[in-house]
Design a protein around this ligand. Sequence first.
Ligand code: NAP
Length: 438
Amino acid sequence: MRVAVVGSGPAGFYAAGALLSADLSVEVDMIERLPTPWGLVRLGVAPDHPKLKTVSRAFERIAEQPGFRFLGNVEVGRDLHHEDLVRLYDAVIYAVGAQTDRRLGIPGEDLPGSWAATEFVAWYNGHPDYQQIEFDLEVERAVVIGVGNVALDIARMLALTHEELAPTDTTDPAIAAIESSPIREIVVVGRRGPAQAAFTTPELQEMGELTGADVVVDPADLEGVEPQGTNAERNLAVLQDFAARTPEGKPRRVVFRFFESAVAILGDERVEGIELVRNELDANDRAVPTDEHETLPCGLVFRSVGYHGVALPGVSFDAARGTIPNEGGRVAPSVYCAGWIKRGPTGVIGTNKKDATETVELLLEDAAAGRLEQDPDATGAAVDAVLAERGVEVVEYAGWTAIDEVERAAGEKSGRPRVKLCSWDELLAAADRVAERS
Ligand code: NAP
């Protein structure tokens, strides 16, 4: 059986792993728009969290299995279409993640200086599509809207010192911009209370361990808060610890504010401030605005209110949820999905293992029941022929390992895990060089 897995992030790799360890003989073509695999493990996980990135070892082992091919620099919707995949494979699994950000829907959202968290994350992580953006960090105060783990990543990255950034694979321009920024205050704003915050306790705790930034919490925001569940209880204990601290006078500070929503982002030419409204919680813990407004001057706003999936031409899509409608990962005969495009942008990397395994179990069940139409002409050679005919410069796994080698070698010189190649030209050239050699 030949299966196309579209997307090479955790969900894609876990799906490939489950397929390749099945009793059936399965070949997997992993189709990826970028010349590099690993999705958010490479381009989303904060660079100062190298331990989280070690999961890539598991992905490498999957890629080494017989029957696995990586087809990088191949975009579905441009180089191959849904109809091609259905014709060229016995089954298709979409594991394309959630490629855009949720919007706030408030005035001023598109002013220069108001950024989606996804853009900033992609920039400091070296995503080749985001390097042209000029992040002007020459401001004294930045506001991060949202209290999930991505909001914490952004607040923390803005607060890191030279010593904390230097050993990471953050891009050099991002390190330079963060280090030289005159930023003094990073305000993280939650529309509901500390008990409803989405971030997890270890990530919250880290905010209190920054060498270059104090953490500030208003004890009044914690009064009368009744946490439900272990995560909320632990978060509250950490926030209480933060609230009891006296700032040490570190160069930067991270301030948490709860029960406030952004009503408008203000400024003529660029962001100059943000209008916030105080909220109360209703009986269902929903935020309800009061008439208490405040304007907070700031030069940057990061909207970190969640990711959102993007529709693929020819594939059904639930625009409100940003997911492909599915039942346990089944979408249509021979079409499946896994990961964020299946369940929405929630959970940690490991959540995708269970999620992708569920999808693959259903796929194998369908195969065993004869529900997948197997076409003897659906071969690897047929795929290669279509791509060659369309002039697609495929980056195979050897091409990626070439990029990997170049990046790691550059990192070794400066005690970093890697120095990423951040432009399409550099990535494709590095992939080409070693592909030619082998
Ligand atoms: P998230 O965990 O869903 O958090 C989104 C936050 O945005 C919530 O606080 C939410 O508040 C808020 N929000 C949504 N709409 C809003 C609005 N209109 N106005 C104000 N606030 C709004 O999403 P995420 O931070 O993007 O993270 C995505 C997933 O990746 C999560 O599962 C996260 O745990 C995971 N992740 C993990 C790590 C890690 O383990 N270190 C790092 C990064 C990301 P409400 O609750 O009020 O809706």
